[in-house]
Write a protein that binds this ligand. Structure first.
Ligand code: LLP
Length: 431
């Protein structure tokens, strides 16, 4: 099985976190996102203990909540002692409403508006991760008006290509994010930040991409960042206290993907970082990481009901489900490959090669192509695995399909974390 929370029971049904997924589909209807709270918590602990073990207290994971954002997940992250990364006023609002400790919230984004900044300061946000000079100036201005010193990190682009999907590479020089070291803009913004009296420069941030399986891109980025930290110290005397290495560790979407031991990876990365710091004669900064996908992806599956099964002689076989790109746009956007399963025929031979299509009025509305499942008929339950990250959070109401509910399961309880949208919800804001 792709992940350890999956299994097959005596009824030949797929189980998830010990629950019969066919029963879950019956109880909550389809489509439905199901999330394994135990696995989320386990992943949080792996990151937290690995960072503390290697870098000491204060070094912690920040949950990159763009991966999956709702009140419950912030409660879990907080409960597990994580900080969090938000990327909009909306994510910040949900974190705030869930009771998250604002001191541990980091506000990202390459274009924070005046209103975002104001709202964040009203919430007593811990840190802005400042992307550019305009933003820096505005934060300093608003902090001055409040007579406070706002803590910030600066987003730096180390110029690393982590060999991942182009659309999600964000750390190379040509990027809309941050300031590049190579072009001199990074040093310029550091000096700019140090010249302001209402911001407190606490450190630097970089994020090199997503769905990365190797350690090298992270250690390469860390090496560049540490050299830069040394350069800053030499030129300005400023000692960087925090180095945030961003997120990006990969997850297993299909059997061919490697199994990653996140704790071990952090050990490997840490060893190098410590060596770089000592070689460059800098004091080890507090190291932060911002995992999103690797905390929640494998902790989620989506259950659908099969509708039409259409075979076009000489062409393809289409299996249509009662959801699609509105609840999972990742195939339509990135051709991301998923593992599909007929949950009610979990142990049957998967030798029916087909295209799993959504129900939208759009031919690109596909979830998988050339995927192999057991022989499907209308009414079967189709599960798509590893959908806990960037599915619910990227969901839309295209074709006015209400968003599915999110059901959380764990060994001893199951509950609805996000209710299913109703038709009423679809017109809530229509005047
Ligand atoms: N920190 C920053 C600044 C980020 O931009 C991201 C993701 C993360 C942390 C978390 O990265 P993760 O650990 O989840 O890889 N929608 C795309 C993914 C976009 C990722 C954007 N940034 C997808 O569905 O694959």
């Amino acid at each position: 099985m792709l992940h350890k929370n999956l299994g097959i029971n005596e009824n030949n049904h797929l189980t998830f976190c010990g629950y019969d997924t066919v029963e879950l589909a019956k109880e909550y209807g389809t489509p439905v996102y199901v999330m394994d709270e135990d696995l989320i918590r386990e992943n949080c602990r792996i990151y937290k203990t690995a960072l503390e073990r290697n870098f000491g207290k204060g070094s912690m994971p920040l949950y990159a909540s763009k991966a999956f954002s709702c009140k419950k997940i912030y409660e879990i992250a907080k409960d597990e002692g994580l900080g969090c990364d938000v990327v909009s006023g909306g994510e910040l609002y949900i974190a705030y409403k869930s009771g998250f400790d604002m001191n541990n919230v980091f506000f990202h984004g390459n274009n924070k508006t005046e209103k975002d900044i104001e709202f964040a300061m009203n919430c007593k946000l811990g840190y802005f991760v400042v992307d550019n000079n305009e933003e820096l100036t505005e934060i300093n201005k608003q902090a001055g008006e409040r007579n406070i010193k706002q803590k910030i990190l600066l987003r730096i682009t180390p110029g690393i290509d982590p060999h991942t999907h182009k659309a999600i590479v964000t750390g190379s020089v040509d990027s809309k994010f941050g300031s590049a070291i190579e072009t001199g803009q990074a040093m310029a913004i550091v000096k700019h930040a140090l010249s302001f009296s209402n911001v407190e420069l606490c450190g630097l941030h970089c994020h090199i991409g997503s769905q990365i399986f190797e350690c090298e891109p992270f250690t390469d980025a860390a090496e560049i960042m540490i050299k830069f930290i040394k350069q800053i110290k030499d030129e300005t005397g400023y000692e960087t206290k925090i180095l945030n290495l961003g997120g990006g560790m990969g997850v297993r979407y299909i059997e061919e993907d490697p199994i990653i031991d996140y704790g071990k990876n952090i050990d490997t990365i840490a060893e190098k970082i410590k060596a770089y710091a000592s070689n460059n004669g800098i004091t080890m900064p507090t190291i932060l990481m911002e995992p999103g996908r690797s905390l929640v992806a494998a902790a989620g599956i989506t259950l659908y009901t099969v509708g039409s099964v259409k075979e076009i002689p000489g062409f393809k076989k289409y299996v249509s489900i009662d959801g699609g790109m509105p609840d999972n746009p990742r195939y339509a956007l990135y051709q991301s490959i998923y593992t599909c399963f007929l949950a009610n025929k979990a142990g049957d031979k998967a030798d029916y090669t087909c295209t799993v299509a959504g129900r939208c009025c759009e031919s690109g509305d596909l979830i998988a192509e050339n995927t192999k499942i057991a022989n499907p008929v209308r009414g079967d339950i189709l599960s798509v695995l590893c959908t806990g990250a960037y599915n619910y959070s990227m969901a839309s109401n295209y074709n006015k399909l209400p968003r599915p509910p999110v059901v959380m399961v764990s060994k001893n309880k199951k509950y609805i974390a996000v209710a299913k949208e109703s038709y009423e919800d679809l017109i809530r804001n229509d005047l």
